[in-house]
Design a binder for this molecule. Structure first.
Ligand code: BES
Ligand code: ZN
Ligand code: ZN
Length: 509
């Protein structure tokens, strides 16, 4: 196996973007294209080349658009990438994130090893840019764009650079200093997101509950303040975690509950304890209620919620946030087999509540209900779970937006705030009484599927029954977790949720 993902370094430096030698200079362009901007200065140096591509209609300065020019020795960089930023008034960290990701993504294709990023320079003072937030967004975007998942491609290393050095450049040292503040945070979260993408992309014959648990332990060993213990099938049985055990019993690889614990230095009794819970089904065949074959290979991504939690707790610990965090990752492989749980089975969960199984493909909630109840027992509040839980959520919100449901308005609001900051989109959906009613069984306390309608809401309503007093929210990432990659240059996982959860925890302190 060729383990050779691209390495990216990001720095900030005081310099002149026109004289600096580089393989690629990426420069942000607002659609107004007026005034005393850096792009105008560039245009002058290039003898009107920027005007020319604009007039030809070859480049529109909209977010997501770009155009490659060759400098012909007129400036230090060999190539120039004009990157659209849209209208000045709409510029937000999210726009810069996308621009940076586009720039390093192109750099990979061009085999450019050194990239100068000048994306922030023309942001108008009236937009009152927080340069630390700008530096963070650009760094995170740069990390994202440079990622390719090619560890199993024999010839990969020949097709792209082994390392990309990106530099955020400004002529003003005080701006560089402010950019650097966010840059160091952005590197940690950007790397955590790419770590999550790598793991999520690994196939089910490589990542199973046992190897995932070993990976989590390996990660925790290298990070100060982070501990990882793993409950194996015997310990799960001793704790009466019937949900996790039921789902795992059809596979030759037994289930696990990964327990990550981050304690900041100086944590006192009053430091809040947050519980992050993530669904890690390493492969979801549907079990006895087998899924149709079409697209089943995507169900290796059914571990994405758990992996988002793993990535987030890595970032939280490396950022040394002042919050105690438990990361609970129940993991199982949902397979049909002689040992599988069946429709009709009644499962006693960790909470003591019983569940009638009506469909073995509604397995996510069966592993989450144990982990959520356990999180509350460990003293966590708030608890946020993240899961590729329902196809219904994708029907409702599409592939780019996660559904968020919960029992506390303020908690949902905080997740929406984290969403606005990171650009990882969420939308609030209900999960109250009418949906809880749909989950009542005639033969047990609950059943594991609701009726025909509101599948994302009934799934969340089911989970809500396993929380007693804690504040709890659920993020259904079936869309962005499984299909989110869609149109980027790097097929596969986009690592959705890592930045959302990290930003959420960061703002709790
Ligand atoms: N992992 C799936 C949900 C899913 C489906 C995520 C497609 C991403 C893309 C989950 O375990 C599942 O199968 N849910 C069922 C629930 C149903 C049986 C009530 C679903 O959504 O169809
Ligand atoms: Zn399923
Ligand atoms: Zn599933």
């Amino acid at each position: 196996m060729a383990k050779s993902l691209i390495h990216i370094s990001v720095k900030a430096q005081k310099d002149d973007i026109f004289t600096m030698p580089a393989d690629l200079l990426a420069i942000g362009v607002f659609s107004e294209f007026d005034g005393k901007s850096l792009v105008k200065a560039l245009d002058k140096k290039l003898g009107g080349a920027v005007e020319k591509v604009r007039n030809l209609g070859d480049f529109e300065a909209k977010a997501g658009k770009s155009c490659l020019l060759y400098s012909g020795g007129k400036i230090g960089a060999k190539r120039i990438l004009l990157v659209g930023l849209g209208k000045r008034k709409d510029v937000k960290p999210d726009v810069l994130w996308k621009a940076a990701s586009l720039a390093t993504g192109k750099a990979v294709g061009l085999k450019a090893k050194s990239v100068v990023l000048s994306l922030h320079t023309d942001i108008p003072a009236s937009a009152k840019p927080d340069m630390a937030a700008v530096g963070q967004a650009i760094t995170e975007g740069a990390c994202f764009g440079a990622f390719r998942y090619d560890e199993y491609m024999s010839e990969a290393a020949k097709k792209r650079p082994a390392k990309i050095n990106a530099v955020l450049v400004d002529a003003d040292l005080s701006v560089v200093t402010r950019l650097r503040k966010g840059l160091s945070t952005g590197l940690i979260t950007g790397q955590a997101q790419n770590y999550a993408r790598t793991l999520a992309n690994r196939p089910a014959n490589v990542i199973n509950p046992v190897t995932l648990a070993a990976e989590a332990q390996k990660m925790a060993r290298n990070i100060v303040g982070l501990r990882c213990s793993v409950l194996d099938e015997k310990q799960l049985a001793a704790k009466k975690m019937g949900g996790i055990l039921a789902v795992g019993q059809g596979s030759v690889t037994p289930p696990r509950l990964i327990v990550l614990q981050y304690t900041p230095t100086g944590a006192g009794k009053n430091t809040p304890t947050v519980g992050l819970v993530g669904k890690a089904i390493t492969f979801d065949s549907g079990g006895i209620s087998l899924k149709p074959g079409d697209g089943m290979q995507d169900m290796k991504f059914d571990k994405s919620g758990g992996i988002a939690v793993l990535g987030a707790i890595q970032a939280i610990a490396r950022l040394k946030l002042k919050v105690k965090v438990y990361g609970l990752i129940p993991s199982a492989e949902n397979m049909p087999g002689t040992g599988s749980y069946r429709p009709g089975d009644i499962v006693t969960t960790f909470s003591g509540k019983t569940v009638e199984i009506q469909n073995t493909d509604a397995e996510g909630r069966m592993i989450l209900c144990d982990a959520i109840a356990y999180a509350e027992k460990l003293g966590c509040s708030p608890i946020v779970d993240m899961a590729t839980l329902t196809g219904a959520c994708v029907v409702a919100l599409g592939q780019k937006r996660a559904g968020v449901m919960g029992n506390d308005e303020r908690l949902v609001e905080r997740l929406k705030e984290a969403s606005a900051k990171t650009g990882e989109r969420v939308w609030h959906l209900p999960c109250d009484d009418e949906f809880v009613d749909a989950m009542k069984s005639k033969i047990a306390d609950l059943k594991n599927i609701g009726g025909k309608w509101g599948g994302a809401c009934t799934a969340a309503a089911f989970l809500s029954q396993f929380v007693e007093k804690a504040k709890w929210a659920h993020v259904d990432i079936a869309g962005p977790g499984v299909w989110g990659a869609g149109e980027t240059d790097a097929p596969g996982s986009v690592g959705f949720g890592v930045r959302l959860l990290t930003s959420f925890v960061q703002d709790l302190k």
